[in-house]
Ligand binder design. Structure first.
Ligand code: SF4
Ligand code: SF4
Ligand code: FES
Length: 642
């Protein structure tokens, strides 16, 4: 976005435990300590929320000030002398811990937070060596009370840090959690005892520094030291939130958020966070199956690839390549999508290939020139209809932040609103962002054009469907557009037209990579693929596709493979192997697709591994060069690499 560069911030130099450190004016002492490499314990402070300084855990000495000061709420001053480890500070921390533990239950052994609890850790590091309170003298509160079907509250474990209350105020705005009663009887609860209903509940246990708020789905499932942790990307939609996939005994037990300030800002939506059971599905395609010449028989994956290639070659000898089509899925990696379009266009020679049902005319990288983070820098953000936020829920939190913390105007309008009437509703003339779902691409363009005439600088962000709908488009898994949005002479059929041709008996063979939930839920899908004489399918799960395939190849879930995916804003991020394939498991999908193409006479330059395949992509689509490390593709005129 063409924002005027802001002047460099004025730097302030102070000392922390004798170490000089320079930070921008306005920085909190807590952040300055972190920059100086000095750890200060906190409970109520949170990087994404305003300070309230209620827990007193972070008190430190400052210069000659007579009282200890909260590091989380004190702003640095030039020449300030901060001392974090004096006897006075340590005595205070010990006393504070004693208060916090006064009525805390002794249930660490059965608490889901055990092993990753700040109360447990700080009690060991800063607390008194023994308790002076009798166990029988503790005040008791409610334990294990469901706040919804997702979140459990244990009021006894709460240390009243207010983080959950502030999260519901500052981050989601639903004010669903409140503090009730007074003094030692103060408790956290939902507003008027109503169950939580919001779509961002799953962030609460991560916000809570202790085991007071926990995930129902994770209760008694694991200890942190038993987990394998794999950084990856949420497969729930095209927003591209960074997740940690935590697994145990080769099954995913939870998704945890990882702060990516450019994308998720450390929040996940519940649909994404609690969608992990999909990766543990038991109805898997684990071996290849052939039914080309008789009853179904299990065979090795590479044997099945060879048989599928011979069957496809037979079709191509007798029929025009136009009678063959390829269907992918926006859940494919970039490497797989690029490979499937190579197999379809270059090897089989068909123009009919797609990854979605509906055609989206006039696709161009200009539709995602606006980055997610830049929404906060727009003077006005116009959101078309409900579909963008329904498709990519964490977008709602970014819009709320832009509105609440940055004072920006967020204008939600009907998707079919008259663009010419909009200009008068835009509060300030300046930078305008237009956010739309891809189904409203043409309307978004009309709105942007109308606003540009009145305001000047207007950029668009178009939200695509599926984890990698953007990558499939970027890499040409579409009719009529090659890799890099290159217009082709031959315009093929889009997804729905392919299904119609199949249903009418005009297709002799289909190569399908699944699962594709959008297509498989369509009433026309099953009848269409059932009419095609040869279906070569590659899918990790059983369903319509596996039932109708004559050559069925076993696929992998996103937790079992590596590769890259591209989010709606054009950010290219890496997914990694979180669940190890069993010994003797079939090769990854990319290798099977490459072998299928090679068996049909195609030449694939790269070794069949994700990293070299990415180099092949970069040669075909130069915008992808320089995206390593999770950067945006640099399309001409879009800025990119942010
Ligand atoms: S429930 Fe957790 S986040 Fe909420 S006030 Fe208590 S300790 Fe803090
Ligand atoms: S917004 Fe999308 S990517 Fe982010 S957590 Fe939700 S489903 Fe996952
Ligand atoms: S972290 Fe500073 S007062 Fe709570």
């Amino acid at each position: 976005m063409s924002a005027a560069p802001s002047p460099p911030p004025e730097l302030v130099t102070l000392t922390v435990d004798g170490r000089a450190v320079s930070v921008p004016a306005g920085t909190l002492v807590w952040d300055a300590c972190e920059k100086a490499g000095v750890f200060v314990p906190v409970y109520c402070a949170h990087k994404k929320m305003d300070p309230v300084a209620v827990c007193r855990m972070c008190l430190i000495e400052v210069g000659t000030m007579p009282k200890l000061q909260p590091a989380c709420a004190t702003v640095v001053q030039a020449g300030m002398e901060v001392r974090t480890a004096t006897d006075r500070v340590q005595r205070f921390r010990q006393g504070n811990m004693e208060f916090l533990l006064l009525n805390h239950p002794l249930d660490c052994p059965v608490c889901d937070r055990g092993g990753e609890c700040d109360l447990q850790d700080f009690a060991q590091r800063y607390g008194p060596p023994r308790s002076r309170t009798a166990i029988t003298g503790k005040v008791h509160f409610d334990k294990a009370r469901p706040l919804s079907d997702r979140i459990m509250l244990d009021q006894e474990r709460c240390i009243l840090c207010w983080r959950c209350v502030r999260y519901c105020d500052e981050i989601t705005g639903d004010r669903a959690i409140v503090l009730q009663e007074r003094a030692v009887h103060t408790v956290v609860d939902t507003f008027e005892g109503r169950p939580l209903t919001g779509p961002f509940q799953g962030n609460l246990p991560e916000v809570c520094p202790v085991g007071a708020l926990t995930h129902t789905a994770y209760r008694f499932r694991s200890r942190p030291w038993d987990l394998q942790r794999t950084p990856s990307v949420c497969p729930g939609c095209s927003y591209g939130c960074t997740v940690g996939i935590d697994s145990r005994d080769n099954a995913v037990v939870r998704f945890v958020s990882q702060d990516n300030p450019d994308v998720d800002d450390s929040w996940l939506c519940d649909r994404g966070r609690y969608g992990f059971p999909e990766l543990n599905r038991q109805d898997r395609v684990l071996t290849a199956e052939l039914s080309l010449e008789g009853p179904v028989r299990a065979v090795g994956a590479l044997e099945a690839v060879g048989a599928a290639a011979r069957a496809l070659a037979g079709v191509l000898e007798r029929h025009d390549p136009d009678q063959v089509a390829c269907l992918g899925t926006p859940q494919m990696t970039n490497e797989e999508a690029f490979c499937l379009q190579w197999l379809g266009r270059d090897v089989i020679g068909t123009p009919h290939l797609d990854h979605q049902l509906e055609p989206w005319p006039d696709l161009a990288p200009d539709e995602f020139r606006l980055a997610i983070r830049e929404l906060e820098d727009c003077d006005t953000v116009v959101v078309l209809g409900e579909r963008p936020e329904a498709a990519t829920p964490v977008l709602t939190l970014r819009l709320y932040k832009a509105e609440r913390k940055r004072g920006r105007q967020v204008l939600r309008i009907a998707a079919d609103a008259d663009p010419t009437e909009l200009a008068g509703r835009v509060r300030d003339r300046g930078r305008v962002g237009v956010v739309a779902h891809e189904a409203d691409r043409d309307r978004a363009r009309a709105v942007a054009t109308a606003l540009a005439a009145a305001n000047g600088s207007v950029h668009r962000l178009t939200l695509t469907e599926g984890m990698n709908g953007r990558g499939c488009k970027d890499l040409g898994l579409l009719p009529g557009l090659g890799p890099g949005y290159r217009r082709l002479d031959r315009a093929g059929m889009h997804g729905r037209a392919i299904l119609a041709a199949a249903a009418e008996g005009r297709l002799r063979a289909l190569v399908v990579v699944g699962p594709n939930p959008e297509m498989e839920q369509d009433p026309a899908y099953e009848a269409a693929i059932a009419r095609v004489p040869l279906v070569v399918a590659l899918t990790p799960v059983r369903g319509l596709l596996s039932r109708h395939a004559q050559a069925l190849l076993p696929g992998r879930t996103m937790a079992e493979k590596q590769g890259t995916v591209t989010s709606s804003e054009g950010r290219v991020q890496r997914i990694r192997v979180a669940l190890q394939p069993r010994i003797g498991a079939p090769p990854p999908e990319l290798r099977l697709l490459v072998e299928l193409g090679r068996s049909l006479g195609g030449t694939w330059e790269s070794a069949p591994l994700a990293t070299p395949a990415f180099d092949v992509i970069c040669d075909a689509v130069p915008a992808y060069r320089g995206t390593r490390g999770g950067l945006r593709a640099a399309w001409p005129g879009t800025g990119g690499a942010a």
